[in-house]
Design a protein around this ligand. Structure first.
Ligand code: IMP
Length: 206
């Protein structure tokens, strides 16, 4: 298995929340993370239908264009009562089109959509959900590896807390009372789907 050596590594994401979390997770390993955005790398279209396919596609594109190893994250919220939706389309549920056709992401709208769909199933519906994270690491020579992590939890309404990103304000991890949006980042990093996938990546790549 190919190993990562200290030096520059592209974080193949344009999502500031993910970049912030991956930077913090990489901090102890002597890597010099640079974001795809700071290198002006284009954001490839996520045409895959699985988390693995999309993570690989993003990491591959960044490694090819930068000549550096690249780490990508494809993640999402999987809601049991919604047959796994929004799943691989988690980010799409936040998309709104402005009058000029520009697409922006509105996370409040996305959380409301999930809540509306759950409420439509009646008061006894299961509110169980998990976040899943697939990390893909691709080297410029084509070597690769991927790892998956998850965290189980419950969806609450209304949203609480502004410390995280995306769907954090409605997700209470199992065994806790605060949402990811209310937790300090270090507390989230200790138990999140991203941290779980990262621990596996560290075991394999360092
Ligand atoms: P993608 O991986 O770029 O397709 O986007 C996945 C989406 O899942 C993100 O844009 C977030 O909305 C959501 N998501 C992934 N990880 C987290 C997390 O740690 N907290 C909250 N939302 C997340």
């Amino acid at each position: 298995m190919k190993k990562l050596t200290p030096g520059r590594l592209v974080i193949a994401s344009h999502n500031e929340g993910k970049v912030r979390e991956i930077r913090a997770l990489l901090a102890p390993f002597g890597m010099e993370p640079v974001s795809a955005k700071s290198l002006d790398l284009p954001e490839p279209e996520e045409t895959g239908t699985t988390f693995v396919a999309n993570a690989m596609l993003k990491a591959q594109s960044a490694a090819d264009l930068s000549g550096l190893p690249a780490l990508a994250d494809d993640s999402g919220l999987v809601v049991e009562a919604l047959n796994g939706e929004p799943g691989v389309y988690t980010a799409n549920w936040a998309e709104t089109a402005a009058a000029d056709g520009t697409i922006t992401r509105d996370w409040m709208l996305a959380m409301q959509k999930v809540e509306d769909r759950l409420q439509a199933l009646g008061p006894d519906v299961s509110r169980s959900a998990h976040f899943t994270c697939t990390l893909a690491l691709v080297w410029p020579d084509g070597s690769d590896l991927f790892c998956e992590g998850r965290v189980e939890g419950t969806l609450v309404w209304p949203p609480r807390g502004d410390k995280g990103f995306g769907y954090d304000p409605v997700f209470v991890p199992l065994g806790h009372t605060e949402t990811f949006g209310e937790m300090d980042p270090d507390a989230k990093h200790a138990i999140s789907h991203r941290a779980d996938a990262f621990a596996k990546l560290v075991a394999a790549a360092f």
